[in-house]
Every structure is written in C-alpha cells, then in structure tokens.
Design a protein around this ligand. Structure first.
Ligand SMILES: NC(=O)c1ccc[n+]([C@@H]2O[C@H](COP(=O)([O-])OP(=O)(O)OC[C@H]3O[C@@H](n4cnc5c(N)ncnc54)[C@H](O)[C@@H]3O)[C@@H](O)[C@H]2O)c1
Length: 476
C-alpha cells in the first residue's frame, strides 16, 4: 500500500483505546505510540527541512532572547506579555513595550510586572535602537501590523507577528519586498496548527491513506457570544480587520493550506452583513451609554470586568475606542455571513463558510479523498452533551468508519498558545510537522481572505497569483 500506515492497523490494535475518554492519558500515549511507529512519522522526521533546523538552532544560544512588543492590548499583554514572562522567563527577556495609547501602555507594564522601557508608537524606531531586541512581537490592530513588520525588518530585526500578517494586497507586497531585501524573517502565530488533533489530521493526510484529497469542507460556527464580540470591536470594520474573512478566517485558510500542503489559485465568494450592523431598529454608540439596555439582547456591562476596564474603559479618553461598541452600528461592514470557494494548485477544492450568530460554537472540517473521508468535529458551548470536544472520524468504505475523541489541553486556545511559544523560544523543541509558519504562509492565508472580499465586492472570481508578485529568490 502506498503511503504510510494502514487504516486497518489503527482499527485492529489501537482504535478501542481511543474511544475510552475516561482513560485519556493512557489513550493519548497509545495513539502517539502508534503514530510514532507509522512509517510516515519516520519519514517526516528524517526529512526535516534545512530551514527548520536552522530556525530552531537560534534556541540553543546561551543568552536570553530579547523581545520588544508593539500592541499592548489583550493579546499583547497576555499571551505574548505576561504569559511569556511567567512561563519562559529563563529564555526570554522583555526589553521594550510600545503602543499608540499611553494609558494602555502603562497598564500593560504594571500587569506584566516588567522593567521593560515603554515607548509610544511614534517612538517605535527609538525603542528598537535603544533596546536592540532579537525579535519584535507585533500584536497591534490587524491593519497596522504591516507598518511594524516592515520597519522592524528595515531596522535589522526578525519579527513575530500575530495573524493576520496583513489585511490588504499592497501590505502583503510590502512585507514580501521588505523580507526579500532585508534578509530578516517573519514568524506568524498561527496557533490553530498547534491545537490538539491538528497533528493527527496532518499525519493521516500526509500518510496518503486517503489518497489524493479532492475536496475540503470547512464550516466555522461562532455563537452569539463569541460572534457578537467581533462586532463590538474594531474587528467589525473592514478598514481595521480586513473583514472576518481575513481577521478570523486567515487561521482557517492557513490550517487548510498547511494540512493539504497546497497554494490557493482562485477564489470566489459571497458574503453580507446579514444579522448585525444595520439589521436592527435601534442602536447606540456603546453599551454603557445606551438608552436601550432593557430591550437589547446584546447589552453587555463591561464595568463588571476589571480587566476590561483597566485595558479599555480607563483608556478610552485617549483614543476614543469603545470596547463595548454597539453590535447594531451602521458602520459595521465586516460580513457576518459568508461563503468562500477556493481552487488549489493541487486540484483540491475548498468550500468554506462562516456564521456568527449561532446557538453553539465549533467547527466541522471534512477531507474527502480518493480512498475515504476524514471528518473532524469541534464542539463547544452547544445545548446538548458530547463525550469530548474534538472528534475525528476516518471512513474508508461503506462498512468501515471509526472515530476517536480528544480533549483540549489546558492553557490558552486549548494549549496551542503555549506550543507556539515553546517552538519559538524553548531550546531543542523540534518541528517535525513544519508547524512553524513564516511570512509566505501568513500571506497566502491573508490573500484568500482578501481575494474573497474582492470577489464579494465585484462578483467575480479572483486569481490569487495576480495579487502579489513573489520574487523568484524569495522563500518566505
Ligand atoms: N492567534 C490568536 O488566537 C489571536 C487571538 C486574539 C488576537 N489575535 C491577534 O492579536 C492582535 C491584537 O488583538 P487584541 O485582541 O489584543 O486587540 P486589542 O484591541 O486588545 O489590542 C490592540 C492594541 O494595538 C494598539 N494599537 C492600535 N493601533 C496601533 C498603532 N498604529 N500602533 C501601535 N499600537 C496600536 C491598541 O492601542 C491596542 O493596545 C490582532 O492582530 C489579533 O488578530 C490573535
């Protein structure tokens, strides 16, 4: 049989153990043992790309890695701030913090408990010159990532950027050009690649067990709590987020690109603001000043949350950013309902959809191959019981379909936030599956979202290759 391990072996020797959730530790060990024994895993570890080895080797330096962070909001102050200093203190030193809002900057410094120097956004260059970081971590509002990514590389620094790397095609081009001329590198924090189950899916697809992958279906389910949260914030405005098809779906597009190891060629999409924004009879500026709190199902009192008030409420007089913005704001233009089709260079077709006002959370991702199908279901906050939040089902023909279930790990985003940082900062952490994402992966995922937006606006199919010019000597 071509490819890696045989599905029959999974079922015969290991499958029963997968299903017994109460003995999770034991099962995961068995599953890992099985995957480690598979020929694919052995092939993968012997074919580690040279650049993976080279990037990992920076971790063996005896000195601490110096980082400076721009964008001290929620993600910057927590995942790449306090959690980085608490969990990676022996390897990482925070030398500078930067934000456009001086009050948020001061709060973040206190919250982190760091002696790092603080700089307002206009003094970003000075921060780099004075602190000489090894990495600049970029966690600003999406549309401003590009300015700091490009400038950091021009000043000779490597970058770690949150997704999406960029929100416009011209921004993608600037990053490609800056990386190409500076010789510096961007790493993108695609934590979804590190979720429990992602490695299993990758190994099954890479094994060739399903044959050629003909199509992928990806349904993103956001409930009325999570979904609405995007429309309270800058995420609801395309000029800041590039739309949820860039801000949010770049995670999903990257996951698919990485899993099927292919590049997008053409994108066609439809989308609209179908539920939030203008679709209502009353609205206000934000919840705290709203006269309709009694009758609005989306009223949210952020004054009960100290962190929200410290991070945003007490800083809003500086920048006029209201974290509890009205979900019925007429200026919301980021589609809350969308459907995207992508044609890949290996012939795989992706059908993607996102809904943002559902009664439950989760994802449904299916891979249809020549020889079978892999169904992945992520459950969350649904009004019915499930054995486990992650279910992976492998079906080979009409008679053979088997399932195994997984729990999330503890930690941010099911433990994935920590695994991204482990790979970047801890010495000797190997990247057998190529999960570390560079600028090329970042740009490809952003381009699908940007192309989808263009397709929605024009009604036409968009060719991804027409959007950005990649120099032949650039690797990304
Ligand atoms: N990978 C993930 O799971 C994940 C999760 C959450 C957020 N994110 C990403 O992290 C980034 C930050 O998101 P957040 O939720 O922390 O948002 P946020 O609004 O809490 O923080 C953004 C920060 O950027 C600052 N800022 C805005 N414009 C700036 C500029 N021009 N120069 C300098 N600073 C500027 C703001 O003042 C704010 O402090 C976003 O790119 C988002 O997509 C990723």
């Amino acid at each position: 049989m071509a490819g890696g391990y045989r599905i029959d072996r999974i079922f015969q020797y290991h499958f029963i153990a997968f299903c017994i959730i109460s003995k999770k530790k034991h099962e995961i060990m068995k599953r890992r043992k099985f995957l480690e024994n598979s020929s694919k895993a052995i092939i993968a570890s012997t074919l580690l790309p040279a650049n993976v080895l080279a990037v990992n080797s920076i971790n063996t330096a005896p000195q601490k890695t110096k980082v400076a962070l721009v964008g001290t909001g929620s993600r910057g102050s927590a995942t790449w701030g306090k959690e980085l200093l608490d969990g990676y203190n022996q390897w990482v030193d925070m030398v500078g913090l930067c934000d456009i809002n001086p009050k948020r900057l001061e709060y973040a410094k206190k919250y982190l408990g760091t002696n790092a120097k603080t700089y307002i956004a206009a003094d970003f260059d000075r921060m780099i010159q004075e602190t000489q970081p090894d990495f600049v971590i970029v966690t600003t509002t999406d549309s401003f990532h590009v300015d700091y990514i490009v400038r950091a590389m021009e000043l000779g620094k490597n970058v770690i950027s949150e997704k999406p790397i960029a929100t416009e095609t011209e921004q993608c081009q600037r990053i490609v050009d800056a990386e190409h001329t500076s010789g510096k590198k961007v790493t993108v924090g695609f934590n979804m690649r590190f979720m429990n189950g992602s490695n299993d899916i990758k190994e099954i697809l890479d094994s060739g067990e399903l044959g050629r992958i003909l199509s992928v279906e990806f349904q993103e389910y956001l409930d009325q709590s999570h979904g609405a949260s995007y429309f309270r914030r800058w995420h609801g405005k395309i000029k800041y987020s590039g739309s949820l098809l860039v801000h949010k779906a770049s995670h999903h597009f990257d996951l698919v690109n990485w899993l099927i190891d292919a590049d997008p060629v053409e994108v066609q999409a439809m989308g609209r603001v179908a539920f939030y924004g203008h679709n209502h009879s009353f609205r206000s500026r934000n919840c705290r000043t709203c006269p309709f709190t009694d009758k609005c199902n989306f009223y949210w009192d952020m004054t009960t949350d100290d962190r929200m008030m410290d991070l945003y409420g007490n800083c809003e007089e500086v920048d006029g950013y209201f974290r509890d913005g009205c979900v019925w704001d007429n200026e919301i233009d980021s589609y809350d309902t969308s459907s995207v089709h992508v044609n890949y260079d290996n012939g795989t077709l992706l059908t993607y959809s996102m809904n943002t006002n559902l009664p439950y959370e989760g994802q449904y991702i299916c891979f249809t191959g020549e020889k079978g199908r892999l169904d992945v279901r992520l459950f969350a906050r649904q009004p019915w019981d499930e054995e486990a939040p992650i279910e992976i089902r492998l079906s080979k023909d009409m008679n053979r379909s088997k399932v195994f279930s997984l729990q999330h790990s503890t930690g941010g985003h099911g433990g994935s936030d920590e695994r991204v940082k482990d790979l970047i900062f801890k010495p000797d952490v190997k990247d057998e599956l190529g999960r570390k994402a560079g600028s090329r992966a970042g740009i490809m995922s952003s381009l699908i979202g940007i192309a989808a937006r263009q397709s929605i606006e024009t009604g036409s199919k968009v060719k991804v290759g027409d959007l950005v010019h990649f120099p032949t000597t650039w690797k990304g």
